[in-house]
Every structure is written in structure tokens, then in C-alpha cells.
Design a protein around this ligand. Structure first.
Ligand code: ZN
Length: 217
């Protein structure tokens, strides 16, 4: 098993799926053995193996880009009692669906056994991008990475992702660990520190694309 974090209540597993090095996370409630899968990249067999011995209750999607959904159909078929969670405006790219589906339009709670996860709506990278918070771990999808926000397609989207990050994610406790959809972790405090420098050094109003906090002009 690929256990990333464990305490007396829960485990967080992390699987890295090629070819886009997508991170898939699995949350397990140790009291009930209930679990939730966060994102559905291509290597669904690996994900299914990692879920063995747990009762998958939710498949939570951070956003509708294909690399996060290539294994969705297989996971949904395998765990056909699981309910699906996705931001309402990102539902369109999900394969045809008969499962129970939660379409998030505002921040809301999801129960995994005795654990409570909060879906936090963070538009910008995509209109329905959603982060998931479990205690001090934030599953940020492609909204927040170490060193910068996720890629945006216009300056409007960039302003929107900044607003999502600064008004919502930066209100979380500073020692919250950020687990993005690709790559390594950061913390809310590190992101805030880098963002502060970005704000001080940057007056370009038309920024978008692959922006980093410390190297963008
Ligand atoms: Zn994406």
C-alpha cells in the first residue's frame, strides 16, 4: 500500500498515475473502513488494488480535465455503490452516469465513515474546480501547487483562481498541507508567503497561463 499519511482515525493513500503524473488520493476512515477516491486518472487497476479491503463510498473529482478522469468509468463500474462528487459546472465531461451524484454549487460536507470532508468550490482553473478538505489536509486538484496556482486560460480566469485561493484557501489553518493533482505538497503558510512576494513584485494586470508566485513578471 502507498500510505502517505496515517493517524488514529484515518489513512491517506497516494498513487501517482502516468503519463501525466496525476496524483490520485484515497481517504480511509479507520473506524469503519469506509473510503473515498479523489480523482480518477488512467491507472484505475492500481487504484482499485489500493482500495482493497475498504468500502468505497465516494468518488470525488477535483475538475473535469481528461487526465483526472481517464479511469473514471472503470472506477465507477467497479465501485457502483459509490456516490460521485463534482463541481456542478464540471459535470459535463464525466462519462454517462447512472450513479448517485452530488453536484456541488456551494461548499458542503461529505461524510466518509466518521470523517468529514468539506468540498470547497474554487473556480478558475476550470469553472467547477473543487478542493476537498479533510482536517489539516487539502486536496487541491489543479487549483494550488507548490510555487503557484494552476494553469489558467485567460486573465479573467487568472483573477478568478487568485480570488478562490486568497479568499477561500488562504483562510484555512496555516499548517494545512496542500496535496495537489500533480507533484509534491506545499502548505497554506508557504503559499501565503510566496503569494505576498508575488503581490509586491507584480503589477501586470493581464497575467494568465502557467504563472508562478516567484518568477512571473
Ligand atoms: Zn487540470
Amino acid at each position: 500500500m502507498s500510505i502517505f499519511y496515517e493517524d488514529d482515525r484515518k489513512r491517506i493513500h497516494k498513487i501517482v498515475a502516468s503519463p501525466y503524473a496525476n496524483n490520485c488520493y484515497i481517504i480511509v476512515c479507520k473506524t469503519t473502513n469506509s473510503s473515498a477516491i479523489i480523482d480518477a486518472p488512467i491507472e484505475y487497476e492500481k487504484i482499485i488494488r489500493e482500495c482493497e479491503g475498504t468500502d468505497v463510498e465516494h468518488i470525488l473529482i477535483t475538475h473535469n480535465h481528461f487526465d483526472h478522469l481517464e479511469g473514471f468509468k472503470e472506477l465507477r463500474n467497479k465501485f457502483n455503490k459509490a456516490s460521485i462528487g463534482v463541481g456542478k459546472t464540471d459535470e459535463d465531461k464525466l462519462p454517462e452516469n447512472n450513479a448517485t451524484i452530488n453536484l456541488f454549487t456551494k461548499d458542503e460536507h461529505i461524510t466518509i465513515g466518521t470523517l468529514q470532508v468539506t468540498a470547497i468550490i474554487t473556480p478558475g482553473h476550470t469553472p467547477g474546480s473543487t478542493c476537498y478538505l479533510l482536517d489539516k489536509h487539502l486536496f487541491s486538484g489543479d487549483t494550488l501547487f507548490p510555487g503557484g496556482p494552476g494553469r489558467t486560460g485567460s486573465s479573467e480566469d487568472f483573477n478568478q483562481i487568485l480570488s478562490s485561493i486568497t479568499t477561500k484557501l488562504f483562510n484555512l489553518e496555516s499548517d494545512t498541507i496542500v496535496l495537489p493533482g500533480h507533484g509534491e505538497t506545499t502548505t497554506i503558510q508557504d503559499s501565503k508567503d510566496e503569494y505576498k512576494i508575488f503581490r509586491e513584485q507584480n503589477s501586470n494586470q493581464n497575467l494568465f497561463g502557467d504563472v508562478t508566485w516567484l518568477n512571473s513578471t
